[in-house]
Every structure is written in structure tokens, then in C-alpha cells.
Design a protein around this ligand. Structure first.
Ligand code: C2E
Ligand code: MG
Ligand code: MG
Length: 620
């Protein structure tokens, strides 16, 4: 017990008042008993004590509960001992009251008071026995009469009352403590949840992932196995959010996280580290082959359409991963390597998987160099247009070519368009580069028409930023006029991101181009938001299925139904379908089986420099 009363804060003063009244009541009863049954001694003793106790009431009213209690305890002790000494000694009913006093003192929490009381009691009890035995002091033999019984009953009643008060307070205090404790535990777990989990999906965040990763790595070291850290980024999530609203965006995130979770074992961990980026930690894997299989399955399972409350969305994901111990064992190191691999997947046209490669680390400095070199690339004549044929799968005819830009820089060598188009968009150079592409493509297209007796149209990739000037239709028209070819020999390819801009300027421009006969093609279909409404509204002529669905269609079971659905839908909307990335005979066979219209890919020809493409047409 400490020197501080447990009950001081929960109404000790109330107890003092109650016990004071109970004692006064007891004394009053004793007084009347003595008075009516002829116990003069008891009558006087009770009355004197009743009066002596009045200061207790005085101190209590003054707010000095402690002094009041000490007076009460002292007087009661004195009264009980006096009764015992003067009546039946150790066999007196008053002795039974002594534990009651100890209890009440214990309530006060004053250790010293308790020791003093027990010492006084021991001495008195000892003396009563000893003096009596030695014959120094005579104590009457105890009687068990009605007065003794009533006195005992009253003493027991008052002790019971004190014990009951003590017990009730104890229970209250314990239940308060438990409640406080529970609150503490609850807020601690809420805090733990907040610190370690993402609010929206409830998934672990970076902090907890780090912890789990480190545990997995320790286990892997013991078991000589591998831990894999996968970074998953939803493609075009920004557009989903902007176009469909944040609420749908949130639903997509929740659905994707549930999807990922379904694919994992209990021992694996998934977490969200930023807006649309998830990390998955797979532990205890033994071979690179098994890792590849798991990652590929995860990737393809994430592709399925997500049925949300009010709509269906088919997002794709770009994945990068790194393996411990092969690529390192520190969380920061491995996660940044997996992230670089994921960024690489984005660059490769999204919806792809990449394992970390040390070439990925060159990326950032490379990016800086690219933006340094880009402004002078045009004047230094570093760009070239390559052309890749498009083939009709039924008639096997050449039905056009896609113009693809190439940049050979004296310092950086050949830079793929996926790498610099983005930068050109960010630095604002995309417009002048785009102008050059349009003019060069149309000029070459005009020259092809003289080579064969059927039309060979050109498809030109247009960045959605090129629509911003509001001059795109006039620029194209000017070159059509300059090189004297009809508009229907030109098709412009753009991605769904264009629709998210939602501007009348774009609509006016597309309408003006359509009036010229220029055709509209939706590029990389399947990797974006894949909304059918737009296809009708903008009168799209051609759908180009993204090569990530085509490349492995003959091996990858999941790709075929997706491509089949796209082709059937395109047919019902009267759209032409081009499958990009056809590399093998097997892929071609599947596409034919699915009734695809047109193919493009290395199976027929890689993109060729203008001169070689001319020869290709001539020899076709
Ligand atoms: P895209 O418009 O989807 O072009 C198709 C890409 O697939 C081209 O990559 C092409 O070389 C590649 N490809 C075609 N068939 C196969 C195949 O069988 N196997 C493989 N592995 N790849 C194949 P490229 O030329 O690197 O262009 C990448 C992207 O850069 C293009 O994707 C397009 O979005 C952009 N781009 C290219 N040229 C231009 C341009 O002049 N202007 C703009 N704004 N973007 C361009
Ligand atoms: Mg294209
Ligand atoms: Mg494409």
C-alpha cells in the first residue's frame, strides 16, 4: 500500500460522512439500550462518545477530511479499548470492533496511522491478557446476554457497512482501471493502425512493410531461400481519378488491393505506399522460375475487369520486382530497385513486368541528359521517321504503315521514343517535333502512292498535348494540300488520355479532321480506361489493341479472352481492329481465329527507315 489513499479521489469525504452517521447511530442505539435496560455505564459512555465525535463533523464541513478521520478513528479506538478494559477484556464485544477501525484507517491510505493503530491494539490486547494472568488486574468473566448480542450486532453492522463501502469502491476503481486500460489498449491499437496502415485500404504502409520485409529476409537467410519485393503501379490511374472522380478512384484502389490479396499466400504481405502504388513481399521462394510464374500470374489476374458500384473499369498494371539476396538485402535498396524496374515497365508501354536490371539505375541521369539534348535535336537533323507495315489478315494485303520516330543523338546514341516523347511533352518540345513528324509522314506517304496501284495510308502518332494549340487540324490540312494527298490516306493515332481532357477544342479539331477524311485510331487499347462510350461519341475508325495483350496470346491463357472481347465489341461498333506486336506465326494464327482485321509487328517487318520501307512496298 502506498502512503496515498486509492479512494481519496473517489469521495473519501463522502465515506467519512457516512461512517460518522453510522457510528453516531450506533452510539444513539447503545445510549437508548442503556437508558431503557438499565446500563448506566453504557448510557454515559455512548453519550460522551457521541459528543466527542462532533468535531469530526466540524472538520468534514471545513473540508479537512483527514483530521476528521483521524479524530473519528482515535475516539472509536479509545472507546472500544475503554469498553474492553472496563468490561470483559479480551472477550468483550468491543474487541470485534477493532478490525473495523483498521479497515477504516486503511481506507485513508495512511500507512503510519495504520501502524500506530495496530501497535496500540497489540499493546492493549497483550496487556489485557498479561495483566489479567499475572493478577494485577481483574477482568469480569464474559456474559453472553442480550446487551452483548445487540452490541455485537451493531459493531458487526458497522464493520459490514465499512467493508461494503470499501468493496464497492474497490470494484468501482477496478472497473475504472479496466476501462482506462481498455481505452489505452484501444487507442494504442488505433495509433498502431494509423502509424502502420493505409487509411483507405487498411493495408500496411511503408513503415510496416519495411518491418515485414526485414523479418522475411532474416527467415530467408536461415532457410537459404529468396524474398521478392514487387512494386505494382496501376496504369493511367490519374486519368481514372480525374475522369471518373475520386470516389471511383478509391473503389478501384480497394478492388485492386483485394485482387492482389486473393493471389497471395498467408505468409506474403501486401501494402500500399502511395496513391496507386502497391508493394507485395513474397517470402521463402526457392527458384527464379517460381518467382517469375507467381509474378506473371499476379499481373494477369490484375487485368480482369473490376465491377465497381456504378461502373466497370479495366485497369492494367505495371510491375517491377527485385529479389533478396540477389539484388541486396536492405529494404530501401530493394524497394528502390523494384521501383526502377516498375518505371521501366511504364516506359515499355505499361501493362508489363520487369525484374530489376542494373541498366535501370542509369535512368535518372539519362533523363537529364535527354532533356539537355532534346532542344537542338531538330535543327541537328537527328530525327528520322521509320515505317512499320500493317497487313490485312484476310487478304494479306499491305494496308498502310505506322510512322514511328527515331532519334540518334551523337552523345547518347539511339534513344527510343518511349523514353523521349514523355520528356518532350514535359519540356514543351512535343509541338515542334510533332509538326516535323506530321510533315515528314505526309511527304513520304505522298511518295508511296506512286509506287503501287493501291493506296498506302500512313498512321501518325499524335500526343494529346498537340491538340492543345487548337491548330492541329489546320496543320494537317496544310500538309495534305502541300503534298497533294487526300485526307483518307492519313490516320492519326492517339490514346484514351485525350478524352480525359474533355474539351470542346479537341472535339472541334477532331470533327474538322474527319471532314477532311482523316481517320481516327485509338492506340494502346486495353491499357487505359477502355471506355466504350467514347468510341461512338468520337466516331473512332480504328482500335489498336495494345501489344502487351498480343505478344504472348498463344501462350498466355488470360490474354485470348480479352482480345476476343475487344474484337467482338469493335465489330459491333463497326470499328477496324489492328493487333500490334505480332511476332510469331502462332500469334498470327490465334488472331486469325479471332477474326482480327489487321496485324502489325515484327512478324512481317520491324519499323524500317523510309528508304527501306519504299523497297518493302515495291517488293510486297
Ligand atoms: P505505339 O504507337 O504503340 O507504337 C507501336 C510500338 O510497338 C512501336 O515502338 C513499334 O516499334 C513496336 N512494335 C511493333 N511491332 C512490334 C513487335 O512485333 N514486337 C515488338 N517488341 N515491338 C513492336 P516504338 O517505335 O518504340 O514506339 C513506341 C511508342 O512511342 C509508340 O507506341 C508511340 O506511342 C510513341 N511514338 C513513336 N513515334 C511517335 C511519334 O512520332 N509521335 C508520338 N507522339 N509518339 C510516338
Ligand atoms: Mg501508335
Ligand atoms: Mg500502340
Amino acid at each position: 500500500m502506498s502512503d496515498q489513499s486509492l479512494f481519496s479521489e473517489i469521495g473519501y469525504s463522502k465515506h467519512l460522512k457516512r461512517i460518522f452517521f453510522a457510528v453516531e447511530l450506533l452510539l444513539g442505539i447503545l445510549f437508548f439500550l442503556g437508558y431503557f435496560f438499565g446500563g448506566d455505564f453504557i448510557t454515559v459512555a455512548a453519550l460522551v462518545t457521541m459528543i466527542a465525535l462532533l468535531p469530526v463533523w466540524y472538520f468534514e464541513i471545513k473540508g479537512d477530511t483527514e483530521t476528521g478521520s483521524i479524530i473519528l478513528i482515535s475516539i472509536l479506538l479509545f472507546m472500544l479499548l475503554y469498553l474492553a478494559w472496563t468490561n470483559y477484556g479480551l472477550r468483550d464485544e468491543a474487541i470485534v470492533g477493532l478490525p473495523g477501525i483498521l479497515l477504516f484507517a486503511a481506507l485513508l491510505g495512511k500507512l503510519r496511522l495504520l501502524y500506530t493503530l495496530i501497535l496500540i491494539m497489540f499493546i492493549n490486547v497483550f496487556l489485557m491478557g498479561w495483566l489479567n494472568q499475572e493478577g494485577f488486574f481483574y477482568i469480569k468473566p464474559a456474559t453472553s446476554d442480550l446487551t452483548a448480542a445487540i452490541t455485537l450486532i451493531l459493531i458487526l453492522a458497522i464493520i459490514t457497512y465499512t467493508v461494503w463501502l470499501l468493496g464497492r469502491d474497490l470494484n468501482q476503481a477496478i472497473s475504472d482501471l479496466i476501462k482506462e486500460n481498455l481505452k489505452g489498449i484501444e487507442s494504442q491499437s488505433q495509433l498502431e493502425q494509423a502509424i502502420h496502415h493505409d487509411n483507405l485500404t487498411g493495408l500496411p504502409n511503408r513503415l510496416l512493410l519495411k518491418d515485414r520485409f526485414e523479418q522475411s529476409v532474416r527467415k530467408s537467410i536461415r532457410g537459404k531461400s529468396k524474398t521478392v519485393l514487387i512494386v505494382i503501379d496501376i496504369d493511367n490511374f490519374k486519368q481514372i481519378n480525374e475522369e471518373l472522380g475520386q470516389e471511383i478512384g478509391d473503389q478501384v484502389l480497394i478492388a485492386v488491393s483485394a485482387n492482389i490479396q486473393e493471389n497471395l499466400r498467408d505468409s506474403d504481405t501486401i501494402g500500399r505506399i502511395s496513391g496507386d502504388e502497391f508493394i507485395v513481399i513474397l517470402e521463402d521462394l526457392n527458384s527464379t522460375e517460381s518467382i517469375t510464374t507467381i509474378v506473371e500470374k499476379l499481373h494477369s489476374d490484375l487485368r480482369g475487369p473490376l465491377t465497381l458500384k456504378s461502373t466497370t473499369v479495366s485497369p492494367t498494371c505495371s510491375i517491377g520486382y527485385a529479389i533478396s539476396p540477389d539484388h541486396g538485402s536492405e529494404f530501401e535498396d530493394i524497394s528502390s530497385k523494384a521501383d526502377m524496374a516498375m518505371t521501366w515497365s511504364k516506359k515499355m508501354g505499361k501493362n508489363t513486368i520487369n525484374i530489376f536490371d542494373k541498366d535501370h539505375t542509369k535512368d535518372t541521369s539519362h533523363k537529364f541528359e535527354i532533356s539537355n539534348q532534346l532542344p537542338r535535336a531538330l535543327e541537328k537533323n537527328e530525327f528520322q521517321l521509320y515505317f512499320q507495315p500493317k497487313i490485312d489478315l484476310k487478304s494479306h494485303q499491305l494496308v498502310g504503315a505506322e510512322a514511328l520516330i527515331r532519334w540518334d543523338n551523337e552523345k547518347l546514341g539511339r534513344i527510343p521514343p518511349d523514353m523521349f516523347i514523355n520528356i518532350a511533352e514535359q519540356t514543351g518540345h512535343i509541338n515542334e517535333i510533332g509538326q516535323w513528324v506530321i510533315e515528314t509522314a505526309i511527304a513520304h506517304c505522298a511518295s508511296w502512292q506512286e509506287l503501287v496501284n493501291y493506296p498506302v495510308p500512313v498512321a501518325i502518332n499524335i500526343s494529346s498535348l498537340q491538340f492543345k494549340t487548337g491548330m492541329l487540324d489546320q496543320d494537317i490540312k496544310r500538309y495534305l494540300d502541300k503534298y497533294r494527298i487526300p485526307g483518307d490516306l492519313v490516320e492519326i493515332e492517339f490514346t484514351e488520355s485525350l478524352f480525359f481532357k474533355n474539351s470542346t477544342k479537341i472535339l472541334t479539331c477532331l470533327n474538322a479532321l474527319k471532314r477532311e477524311g482523316v481517320k481516327l485510331a485509338l492506340d494502346d487499347f486495353g491499357t487505359g480506361y477502355s471506355n466504350l462510350g467514347y468510341l461512338k461519341e468520337f466516331e473512332i475508325h480504328t482500335l489498336k489493341i495494345d501489344q502487351s495483350f498480343i505478344r504472348k496470346i498463344s501462350e498466355n491463357k488470360e490474354d485470348k479472352p480479352i482480345v476476343k472481347a475487344i474484337i467482338q465489341m469493335a465489330e459491333s461498333l463497326d470499328l477496324q481492329v489492328v493487333a500490334e506486336g505480332v511476332e510469331t506465326e502462332e500469334v498470327l494464327d490465334v488472331l486469325k481465329e479471332l477474326d482480327c482485321d489487321i496485324g502489325q509487328g515484327n512478324y512481317w517487318s520491324k519499323p524500317l527507315p523510309a528508304k527501306e520501307f519504299k523497297d518493302y512496298i515495291k517488293n510486297f
